[in-house]
Design a protein around this ligand. Structure first.
Ligand SMILES: *[C@@H]1O[C@H](CO)[C@@H](O)[C@H](O)[C@H]1NC(C)=O
Ligand SMILES: *[C@@H]1O[C@H](CO)[C@@H](O)[C@H](O)[C@H]1NC(C)=O
Ligand SMILES: *[C@@H]1O[C@H](CO)[C@@H](O)[C@H](O)[C@H]1NC(C)=O
Ligand SMILES: *[C@@H]1O[C@H](CO)[C@@H](O)[C@H](O)[C@H]1NC(C)=O
Ligand SMILES: *[C@@H]1O[C@H](CO)[C@@H](O)[C@H](O)[C@H]1NC(C)=O
Ligand SMILES: *[C@@H]1O[C@H](CO)[C@@H](O)[C@H](O)[C@H]1NC(C)=O
Ligand SMILES: *[C@@H]1O[C@H](CO)[C@@H](O)[C@H](O)[C@H]1NC(C)=O
Ligand SMILES: *[C@@H]1O[C@H](CO)[C@@H](O)[C@H](O)[C@H]1NC(C)=O
Ligand SMILES: *[C@@H]1O[C@H](CO)[C@@H](O)[C@H](O)[C@H]1NC(C)=O
Ligand SMILES: *[C@@H]1O[C@H](CO)[C@@H](O)[C@H](O)[C@H]1NC(C)=O
Length: 828
């Protein structure tokens, strides 16, 4: 055997060229761990990793490719030493293992990108197949790593993928296939023949059908130790599985607490021992006593997954607390469907501290990219809590494929618009075909720009939590706060005791006057209807007004009526609807406001035949509403929280000036020494701050959340809750946020905005909305910051329009003739 080694000048790169192939050996029955590119075996994680550079080995490698190596440990606490070398292939190459018939194999592939003179870490792009099963496709390791890191500030610099397949009558071959101009590489490979039966076949689909697993490969998507610590592979001497913590996947940590018992756990039956190490069962997450609206909140976890696959969800259970049955009876929901009702872990295990697992299979449609697991109390059996010890999610292959067809960012866009080209193929097109280069350049620039920004952004996001990022400055100059015109009134505003006193500000109308103004509440003058009652257009003293007449029945209504009078009488602002007067004669609760000729913001967004609003106008309206809210939060002597910010409470006057309306639910904000106001949850579905919902603690940031939903509504022009849509689209906030987080908001924006708003504006706008919807209210911006950003967005939109000579968006603008049928970015 002849080999030539070329040492690079800095000693980091070693290129080995083989002239002979390795010899192969007999059927592999024992686990085999391969350190790719290494020339001596190493002990890592208590296991011996065979070097693939030195024969004899128990496998063959069809084409040796090249080796890159580094002397530095990449910092991985377990595999750092393993990742010092990698084998790189610029053409298809294959590891082959001799296998006994019908071996069920677990395969782990480790990828740690290393840079070298010949290979740019960012340049990997390849497929991997195990026998006929496609494991990954167009795989870009760096991209995948940043995708995985997106929710987490800690930076993983490597990734491991785990698969299962039955080799049937064949040996096992793992094939690396570089795509186009990319290369393939691998840092380490584990091939573990699984002795017991790890998956019962057939599996039960939710809804009852059986699903045959024969011939199906699997990929492990998630493996979590609920409520417990991270478990390294060293803790599992059977399969070397590692278990992550579950916090990052929980919808709200406050709906749960943890329990553990490390001393007395055993398996419910002997065959259970092959599924998970006992340590997984030693801790659990249980629902905490966080009741909202008299109901216990579900414990909910959500997982990003690939659409159009079946998933096997394996739940690991062990009752750690109760010695008798019927203490914890709960429901298991998967993707919001009931997977099990009346579930009692003690009953299933036939005892305390007995460990077992339960499998469910569900299909995720092409529209679904989030898998939900929820455990909640079973209404039919009282209000007891739930428990979960461990969770595994496996993706099942579809037609011998486990790879998601397109890279993640593109998936949705192609689904949604069918137009957006793949970024990578663009680069290839550019480099390989000069003829159409110029044509493409213009239209692709924006995409590439977006792509680059996305990567940069991911980094940025990773670094910032809870603190105001640079660029999110508090606002002082733009508030445009007008003075309160009636300071005495605000001081004097008394406690209302059912009937209204006469020291109220504003004009007090007689019931007769009101009847006259509304033509005796003529139905033809109704301009709005809500839970409170009706709003009529009326004329008083020759001036158009809006007259809101509440149902006289409820105490609640009276309270809100009084609140609104109290609030409005204290507040005067260009962006708050002003109250002209009221009428409380004859048990009536009537408020008279300035008339807002253009009605609600919502009516201009969708569900009516009003012409679509231009982008600039939408921005101006958002800015107006933000000003109004900013004033509420900071302008008055005591901060006021609106509590019901939504597009039907943002009204437009004849000049489309936005004014915030409906203060019926408003509350004085926290006093200076408090951070929040505790209160029963009120507000409108779809806009409600989840944190407020969970904790019943009100801050200005709850309005910021709702305003974020408004921003998405303005740009997507759809209802915030639309039950007619596929389930993952029902809630606008969740749906739009998902697209925004992928930096693909353009896929879901209002068609009417296509070509009207630059990719950059859209991106910034989406970022503002995303910030507003931050889960933790402390990381949300203040209304002032939101305002500042919206204003600077408007400003750059204007400058942009002037620079590229865009037609100014005028009042009468309709532009329907100019609508492009697909998402076409502006030249930028
Ligand atoms: C391979 O072995 C030689 C010694 O034989 C050593 O100098 C070299 O660093 C090793 N290469 C790698 C990548 O470990
Ligand atoms: C490789 O095969 C030999 C027999 O040829 C066996 O003794 C050895 O244990 C195998 N090595 C591994 C890591 O399975
Ligand atoms: C792959 O790399 C080898 C060694 O560097 C080189 O000789 C060969 O031409 C390359 N093949 C391709 C298809 O680039
Ligand atoms: C599997 O590999 C062994 C050893 O290389 C070989 O003898 C056998 O024919 C192979 N079996 C199949 C089905 O390819
Ligand atoms: C890989 O890409 C990242 C971000 O796109 C960049 O910061 C880095 O410098 C690139 N690495 C190389 C070696 O080009
Ligand atoms: C990131 O993940 C690690 C390990 O899973 C965890 O310890 C850490 O708390 C996470 N950080 C954030 C900000 O979620
Ligand atoms: C959970 O609730 C407690 C007390 O209400 C609060 O201090 C904590 O910040 C909450 N945590 C989350 C993540 O909401
Ligand atoms: C663990 O379970 C055993 C057996 O039920 C019990 O005796 C022991 O008190 C438990 N330990 C803890 C810390 O709960
Ligand atoms: C495990 O054992 C139980 C009884 O001990 C049996 O009912 C069950 O079928 C076994 N499961 C498997 C997968 O072998
Ligand atoms: C728990 O989740 C299920 C499924 O999504 C849902 O139907 C149910 O209303 C939730 N329960 C509570 C109390 O939120």
């Amino acid at each position: 055997m002849a080999s030539v080694r070329i040492m690079a000048s800095n000693g980091i790169l070693v290129v080995v060229i083989f002239s002979v192939l390795f010899t192969s050996a007999e059927a592999q029955a024992r686990p085999l761990f391969i350190n790719c590119g290494a020339n001596a075996s190493t002990i890592v994680d208590g296991r011996k990793w065979t070097a693939d550079s030195v024969p004899p080995n128990n496998f063959t490698l069809s084409y040796p490719g090249q080796i890159i190596s580094t002397s530095a440990n990449n910092g991985d606490p377990v595999y750092g030493d393993l990742y010092k070398t990698a084998r790189v292939f610029n053409t298809t190459s294959m590891y082959s293992f001799s296998m006994a018939r019908g071996t069920f194999c677990m395969i782990r592939l480790h990828f740690c990108p290393l840079s070298s003179e010949n290979f740019n870490v960012n340049g990997s792009l390849f497929d991997v197949k195990a026998n006929n099963l496609k494991l990954v496709s167009k795989f870009d390791v760096v991209e995948e790593i940043s995708w995985r890191n997106r929710k987490n500030s800690s930076k993983f610099s490597s990734l491991m993928k785990e698969f299962f397949l039955d080799t049937g009558l064949n040996n096992l071959s793992i094939q690396f296939i570089p795509n186009h101009e990319g290369f393939a590489f691998v840092s380490a490979i584990e091939v573990i023949p699984v002795l017991g039966k790890l998956f019962a076949d057939p599996a039960n689909r939710l809804g009852g059908n059986e699903l045959s697993l024969t011939g199906r490969g699997m990929e492990t998507m998630y493996r979590l130790n609920m409520g417990g610590p991270k478990l390294d592979s060293g803790k599992d001497p059977n399969l070397w599985t590692s278990w992550d913590t579950d916090e990052n996947y929980m919808f709200s940590l406050n709906t749960s607490s943890t329990v553990s018992n490390t001393s007395a756990i055993s398996y419910a039956s002997s065959n259970e021992s092959s599924f998970a190490p006992l340590m997984v069962y030693e801790s659990a997450r249980v629902s905490s006593d966080s009741r909202v609206l008299e109901r216990r909140f579900n414990m909910s976890w959500s997982f990003d997954v690939d659409p159009s696959f079946d998933y096997l969800i394996r739940l690991h259970f062990c009752e750690l607390t109760y010695d008798i049955a019927n203490q914890r009876i709960f429901r298991i929901f998967i993707n919001k469907k009931t997977a099990a009702a009346n579930y009692d872990v003690f009953e299933h295990a036939k005892g305390r501290n007995l460990a077992y697992h339960e499998d469910y299979v569900d299909y995720l449609s092409s529209q679904g990219d989030t898998l939900w697991l929820q455990l909640g109390s079973d209404p039919s059996s009282g209000d007891s809590d739930a428990i979960l010890n461990g969770l595994e999610i496996f993706k099942l292959s579809q037609n011998d494929n486990l790879a998601h067809a397109l890279s993640r960012i593109d998936t949705g866009i192609q689904e949604e618009s069918g137009k957006k080209p793949k970024i990578k193929s663009f680069w290839i097109a550019i480099s390989s075909s000069v003829g159409i280069l110029m044509l493409f350049m213009l239209s692709s620039t924006a995409f590439i720009f977006l792509h680059i920004r996305r990567r940069k952004k991911k980094k940025k996001i990773n670094g910032q939590h809870n603190s105001n990022p640079p660029g999110w400055r508090p606002l002082f100059l733009h508030g445009a706060v007008e003075s309160i015109t009636n300071p005495q009134a605000s001081k004097a505003a008394p406690k209302f005791n059912g009937s209204l006193g006469s020291n109220r500000p504003g004009k007090m109308f007689t019931f007769h006057e009101i009847k006259l103004a509304t033509n005796n509440f003529n139905e033809s003058l109704v301009i709005g209807v809500g839970g409170f009652g009706k709003v009529f257009k009326g004329i008083v003293g020759g001036m158009a007004v809006a007259i809101k007449r509440a149902h006289p029945q409820s105490q609640q209504g009276l309270k809100e009526f009084e609140t609104e009078i109290e609030m409005l009488s204290k507040l005067r602002h260009r962006h708050l609807v002003s109250m002209i007067g009221y009428c409380d004669e004859q048990n009536e609760m009537i408020l008279v406001y300035e008339y807002m000729a253009e009605g609600t913001l919502r009516s201009h967004l969708f569900g009516s035949d009003k012409p679509p609003l231009a982008w600039r106008r939408r921005l101006e309206i958002c800015i107006g509403a933000a000003r109004g809210l900013h004033y509420l939060h900071t302008g008055a002597d005591r901060s006021i929280i609106h509590r019901d910010v939504k597009t039907t409470n943002i009204l437009l006057d004849q000049n489309f000036v936005a004014k915030v309306a409906d203060f019926g639910l408003s509350k004085a904000g926290p006093a200076l020494d408090q951070t929040h106001v505790s209160t029963a949850v009120k507000g409108s579905f779809g806009y409600l701050d989840p944190e407020y919902f969970r904790r019943e603690q009100l801050t200005q940031k709850s309005d910021v959340y709702s305003f974020g939903v408004v921003l998405f509504e303005v740009i997507c022009a759809r209802a915030v809750i639309n039950p007619a849509l596929p389930k993952e689209q029902v809630n606008l906030a969740e749906w739009a946020l998902r697209w925004q987080r992928r930096k693909s908001l353009e896929a879901v924006v209002d068609r009417q905005l296509e070509g009207k708003c630059s990719a950059d504006s859209l991106r910034k706008f989406g970022e503002i909305a995303e910030k507003c919807l931050a889960d933790d209210c402390r990381s949300r911006p203040t209304m002032g910051e939101v305002l500042w950003h919206l204003e600077s967005l408007l400003q750059s939109h204007e400058e942009h329009g002037v620079r590229v000579g865009l037609r100014p968006e005028g009042e009468e603008e309709d532009d329907s003739g100019l609508l492009s049928s697909h998402h076409k970015p502006e030249e930028s």
